[in-house]
Ligand binder design. Structure first.
Ligand code: ATP
Ligand code: MG
Length: 392
């Protein structure tokens, strides 16, 4: 029974790679790209941008990538990878960014077991040099720092590449999660700098595959600020699952974890409708279902009985926090949006003098989604329902 095998659904962090569902096209592209670049000496890898809004599975996808190269493909390719989650403090200056990335490489790299021993020593050796650079750079006054040798990302990564290549590595994958911090908190020109470095590494004969992720709203400004930046990457969007994707997200973990729970098709369709195919809500709902429901089948009738509890729990864990992210005047706008009949609306339907500013801010907080032609929608239909409930 479910209680004995544990609960494979978890919504508070990325999904375990073995339970990862859907995203076939992106995984295919990644695998092909990595195989081509690592098996042919002269093939440069295509960098990848993954754009998707809150909780849609960006970090999960990066972890799945790592699992593919270090487990599924470990006998076919020799790849070194690192997952670097950006945070605002890291984007303060180019030096801090460079050092933090190098630090992540030395501490959080992943590699398949057979390569582990050979690479460990190389990384340790380089990490000493990076540490020395860092100490020099922070102990100097700003004027001296400008004159002295800079902590240089291209130099460091070029050296690293030649050492790793000597040890039989075919490709290095660097994943930078949540790149939008660079845009919103970064030193001026940060994206240009990164672009220039990535380009220099590619033309310098090293084999780095960069993968970056961020919310969709950053794309237009990325494009504007650093057009060549967007040209340097193959772009993918993560959207809500379709019905088949929702089905896989529900059934795959049950099957792999060996849980005997038969969920009827009409229940899967209901879950799909309620969650709108959003992976976070699917995971949260399934976690609760396993907790609450003890029989080995789940019919639509059973589901209808527990549905209010499921929805109430989502509201408590997610929507209250969301709502409280908004200021008082933004809250007013949210309530107003929720009362509109249509899911997608234009700013002119909102009654407020400063509506364009407020709508923009709510989009940046990811409570509204900005669509084409200046239209908006609330980020999830369940959030709309929640707002309508509290305004009653
Ligand atoms: N492909 C997937 N298969 C199954 N579940 C998924 C998948 N992608 C995401 N999830 C579920 O959605 C939740 C959110 O995923 P994740 O943390 O990767 O999203 P994110 O886009 O990185 O979010 P954030 O914007 O908060 O960084 C996870 O808890 C997981 O349960
Ligand atoms: Mg994430």
């Amino acid at each position: 029974m479910t209680k004995m095998t544990g609960n494979p659904f978890y919504a508070r962090g990325p999904v375990e790679p073995q339970y990862f569902a859907n995203r076939r096209e992106l995984l295919q592209f990644f695998i092909q790209n990595v195989e081509d670049a690592s098996q042919n000496k002269n093939t440069k890898p295509d960098n990848i941008t993954i754009l998707g809004n809150w909780g849609i599975g960006k970090t999960s996808t990066l972890l799945k990538f790592q699992d593919i190269i270090h487990n599924d493909k470990k006998d076919a390719i020799n790849v070194f990878s690192v997952l670097f989650p950006l945070k605002p403090s890291v984007c303060e200056s180019a030096d801090v960014f460079t050092y933090s990335l190098l630090d992540a490489i030395s501490k959080q790299y992943s590699i398949s077991i057979p390569l582990k021993d050979r690479i460990g020593a190389v990384i340790k050796e380089e990490a000493k040099i990076w540490e020395q650079w860092k100490l020099e750079s922070i102990s100097l006054s700003p004027e001296l720092r400008r004159k002295s040798r800079k902590l240089d990302l291209v130099d460091a990564l070029t050296r690293l590449w030649s050492k790793l290549e000597n040890k039989g590595i075919d490709l290095v994958v660097i994943m930078i999660d949540d790149i939008h911090y660079m845009l919103t908190e970064g030193w001026s020109g940060s994206l240009y700098d990164l672009r220039t470095d990535i380009q220099a590494l590619a033309t310098g004969g090293t084999k780095y595959l960069f993968i970056i992720t961020g919310p969709k709203f950053i794309y237009p400004s990325m494009h504007e600020m650093a057009e060549p930046f967007t040209r340097l990457f193959e772009r993918f969007e993560l959207n809500n699952f379709d019905l088949a994707g929702t089905r896989e997200a529900i059934t795959k973990p049950l099957r792999i974890a060996g849980i005997h729970l038969e969920i009827s098709d009409d229940v899967i369709a209901q879950i799909h409708n309620i969650t709108d195919g959003h992976p976070y809500f699917i995971a949260g709902m399934m976690r609760d279902i396993l907790r609450i429901h003890e029989k080995e089948t789940l019919t639509l009738y059973d589901f209808e009985q527990i549905k209010p509890r499921l929805i109430e729990h989502i509201a408590r864990t997610k929507f209250e926090d969301d709502y409280n992210k908004a200021t008082d005047s933004e809250k007013q706008i949210l309530l107003n949006c929720a009362q509109l009949k249509n899911k997608i609306f234009s700013p002119s339907e909102i009654e407020s003098k400063s509506r364009s500013k407020l709508l923009e801010r709510l989009a940046n907080k990811e409570l509204l989604v900005k669509l084409e032609r200046g239209k908006y929608s609330l980020y999830h239909p369940l959030f709309k329902e929640y707002l309508n409930n509290i305004s009653q």
